[in-house]
Design a protein around this ligand. Structure first.
Ligand code: SF4
Length: 284
């Protein structure tokens, strides 16, 4: 089970995305997948390159649209494990509509966001995850907009698997991705993945000082949505671990009539002349 390929990532040395790539590769192997059983669909941004660095089916899509493509792949081929990935600009700005609707749809896709609170590929502009006061080329006097609280948003949108991690916590991140893959429904894993080149505020040291592991909070229950919301608000969203999971709610696939029996990818779509004529006659 070799999920590594021979493509050398062209991320900056020290970029948090390296660990996310390693965690996905390890998690896929740990859950027993073969490369041909996994599809990684990514959007645009530095992190969007990840689909090319994993030995699996992959598609480097268009900006903010990894989720529509990933959902289409899952609907067409029930046998594939589908991971969607991208950055915070990709998923929480241009792609936010897709993110919210995929969450509430509870479709069986694992969505991994590499959240560095900045646009890296376009050389450092404020993103929807940047804090108030954050100075970049696009906000030279500091951002005046509030950062989007994505974990809280996912809870209110009906998320059934809401988790957050830090790219240096490779073991924890790998375990969360494994759990996300095994979850029957949509899993959102937001990963703090520092941009060492353009974000000089939210650095590795900054996260180490400011993040709280949920495993360090005594009695934390990830199956209680109220507790999850309260904890997020108390810690200003800066927590890592499994924030909330609902295993009771059925996935989109379980609710779509006939999904479990059919797979478009394997269906015989050839059409004989008789069948074609019959089909046409039904519309006449
Ligand atoms: Fe990573 Fe930032 Fe470099 Fe992009 S610009 S590869 S996000 S460190």
């Amino acid at each position: 089970k070799e999920f590594r390929n021979n493509v050398k990532p062209n991320w900056c040395p020290g970029c948090g995305d390296f660990s996310v790539q390693a965690a996905i590769q390890r998690a896929a192997a740990n859950v027993g997948l073969e490369p041909e059983e996994l599809a990684v669909i990514s959007g645009i941004g530095c992190s969007g390159r990840i689909s090319g660095y994993i030995n699996a089916y992959g598609l480097h899509g268009i900006h903010g649209r990894s989720l529509p493509i990933a959902q289409g792949v899952k609907m067409a081929n029930k046998d594939l494990t589908v991971i969607a990935s991208g950055g915070d600009g990709d998923g929480f700005a241009i792609g936010l509509g897709h993110t919210i609707h995929a969450i509430r749809r509870n479709i069986d896709v694992t969505y991994i966001v590499m959240d560095n609170q900045i646009y890296g590929l376009t050389k450092g502009q404020t993103s929807p995850r940047s804090d108030v006061g954050f100075k970049t080329k696009s906000t030279p006097k500091g951002s005046i907009e509030s950062a989007l609280s994505v974990m809280e948003m996912a809870l209110t949108a009906g998320g059934t698997f809401v988790a957050q991690s830090f790219s240096t916590d490779l073991k924890d991140l790998t375990a969360l991705i494994e759990a996300g893959i095994n979850h029957k429904g949509f899993s959102l894993i937001n990963v703090f993945s520092p941009c060492v080149t353009y974000n000089k505020v939210n650095t590795y040291d900054w996260f180490k000082e400011n993040l709280t592991k949920l495993s360090d909070i005594e009695g934390y229950d990830p199956h209680n949505r109220m507790t999850a919301m309260k904890t997020l608000m108390e810690h200003k969203g800066l927590v890592t671990g499994l924030i909330y999971q609902n295993t009771e709610q059925k996935s989109y696939q379980e609710l779509v009539h006939g999904y479990s029996e059919t797979s478009l990818a394997h269906a015989d779509l050839s059409l004989s002349e008789d069948k074609f004529n019959k089909l046409v006659s039904e519309f006449m």
